[in-house]
Ligand binder design. Structure first.
Ligand code: CA
Length: 366
C-alpha cells in the first residue's frame, strides 16, 4: 500500500519519468546518467543502489564482501571508506584552536570539477583527489546541494577526505547551508534535472534518498551549522543581531538544528519563536545583512565582540571573488562556483588570509 501511494504521488508530481530514454536522449551531453551510490537501511539489510547508464542497479551489502559497484559510477566514491554500521556521532566539538593552516570553500552547488581543481591547485588534495593538507583544516561552509549535477560526487569526496584528514591529524568540517536543510526538509525546488531521474528510478522523493534510514542522510544529520577555528567563526550565512539576542552557543545552535529543526514539520518549526528565528531569513543559514549597503564597521565590531571572535567567514551571498569587509572582520567566500566556470577558496596560513584563485594564485586578503 505504501509503495502504491508513493508511485501515485510521484506520478502526480510529474517525477516518474523514464531514466533509460533520458540516457539515450542525452548521450553525448555533458554527463552520462550515472549517479550514486546511495545506501539504504531496510529490514535489517544495507542495500546500495546506484544508476548506471540510466539503469538502476542494486547490491545488498554484507560484512567483509566488497560492494559490487562498477568503476565510473562516481568519480569520488571509494567503498574502502564506508563506515561499516552507518552510524555517525554528531560533531559535538565546535571550537578548534592552534590550527596553522585553514582552507574554506562554500556554495559549490554541484560543481564537483571546480571544487576538485581548487583543492588540487592549492594542494589541499593531490592529483588523485586524496588529502594532501596535512594537519590543516578544510571547512565546507554549506550549500553542496542543488543547482548543479554532481552533488553526489562532492558528498563522497568530502566523506573520504574527512577520514583521510583524521589520519593526518587534520580535519574536514562540513557545515550545513540552507540548501542542505531545504533538501532534508523536502523542499526540492532547486534540485538538478538529473536528480529527478535518480529519484524516479529509485521510486523515492529525492529527500528520502537522504532520509534518516540512509547512509548519507545519517551522515548529513551529524553535521553542524557553525564552528570556530582559532579566532575565526564559520557559518553559512551569518549571525544577525536578532539571532545573537537568543544567546545560543554554537553547541546549542547545532543541537537545536539537529534535534528540533531537521526532519520536523515546517509548521511546527515556524510556530515556535526561537526556532523561527533560526529557520528564517534572520537565521544563520539565510541572513544576508552583512552585505547590505548600510551595514557598518561598528555593527561588525559589535557582532565580533558578542561572539568573542576576530573574523566571521560566511558564504551564501554571491560575489565574483572572495570579498572582505572592514579588514577581514567579515569575509564572504561565495565566489559563484555555482556557475561552474570560476571560483575561489579562502586560505589561512602564517596568520594571514589569502584568496586562492582557480589558476593557483594566492592573493593577500585585506
Ligand atoms: Ca545559501
Amino acid at each position: 500500500m505504501r509503495i502504491f501511494c508513493l508511485l501515485l504521488s510521484l506520478s502526480l508530481s510529474g517525477v516518474l519519468l523514464a531514466p533509460a530514454s533520458y540516457a539515450q536522449n542525452d548521450s553525448g551531453s555533458k554527463y552520462t546518467f550515472n549517479d550514486g551510490p546511495y545506501i539504504f537501511y531496510e529490514n535489517g539489510l544495507s542495500i546500495a543502489r546506484w544508476v548506471r547508464n540510466g539503469q538502476l542497479e542494486t547490491d545488498t551489502l554484507r560484512a567483509g564482501a566488497p560492494m559490487k559497484i562498477e568503476a565510473g559510477v562516481s568519480a569520488s566514491f571509494n567503498p574502502a571508506y564506508l563506515h561499516t554500521d552507518g552510524s555517525f556521532e554528531p560533531s559535538l566539538e565546535t571550537t578548534f584552536k592552534g590550527v596553522d593552516k585553514i582552507a574554506a570553500v562554500s556554495d559549490i552547488h554541484g560543481q564537483y570539477e571546480v571544487l576538485l581543481k581548487l583543492l588540487q591547485v592549492h594542494h589541499i588534495v593531490d592529483d588523485g583527489g586524496n588529502w594532501a593538507f596535512g594537519q590543516g583544516h578544510l571547512v565546507v561552509v554549506g550549500d553542496v546541494f542543488d543547482r548543479g549535477d554532481e552533488v553526489t560526487e562532492i558528498l563522497w569526496l568530502i566523506h573520504k577526505l574527512e577520514q583521510q584528514a583524521e589520519q593526518a591529524n587534520g580535519k574536514v568540517h562540513y557545515l550545513l547551508g540552507n540548501h542542505e536543510v531545504m533538501v532534508l526538509q523536502g523542499d526540492l525546488r532547486y534540485i538538478n534535472k538529473k536528480y529527478r531521474y535518480t529519484s524516479a528510478s529509485m521510486r523515492l522523493p529525492y529527500n528520502e534518498i537522504f532520509g534518516p534510514d540512509t547512509y548519507l542522510g545519517r551522515w548529513l544529520r551529524s553535521k553542524p551549522i557553525a564552528i570556530s577555528i582559532n579566532k575565526t567563526a564559520f557559518v553559512h550565512a551569518g549571525f544577525s543581531q536578532q539571532y545573537l539576542q537568543l544567546g545560543l552557543s554554537n553547541e546549542q545552535l547545532n543541537e537545536t538544528f539537529r534535534e528540533r529543526i531537521i526532519g520536523q514539520p515546517e509548521d511546527s518549526i515556524l510556530a515556535k519563536p526561537l526556532l523561527r528565528v533560526l529557520y528564517d531569513e534572520q537565521g544563520p543559514i539565510w541572513y544576508r545583512g552583512y552585505f547590505d549597503e548600510g551595514f557598518t564597521k561598528t555593527q561588525a565590531q559589535a557582532i565580533l565582540r558578542q561572539i568573542r571572535k576576530k573574523n566571521i567567514v560566511v558564504g551564501h551571498t554571491s560575489f565574483e571573488a572572495i570579498v572582505s569587509l572592514f579588514r577581514n572582520k567579515i569575509i564572504g567566500i561565495d565566489s559563484s562556483i555555482k556557475f561552474g566556470k570560476s571560483g575561489e577558496i579562502l586560505l589561512y596560513e602564517n596568520k594571514h588570509f589569502y584568496r586562492g584563485t582557480l589558476a593557483g594564485e594566492r592573493v593577500p586578503l585585506k
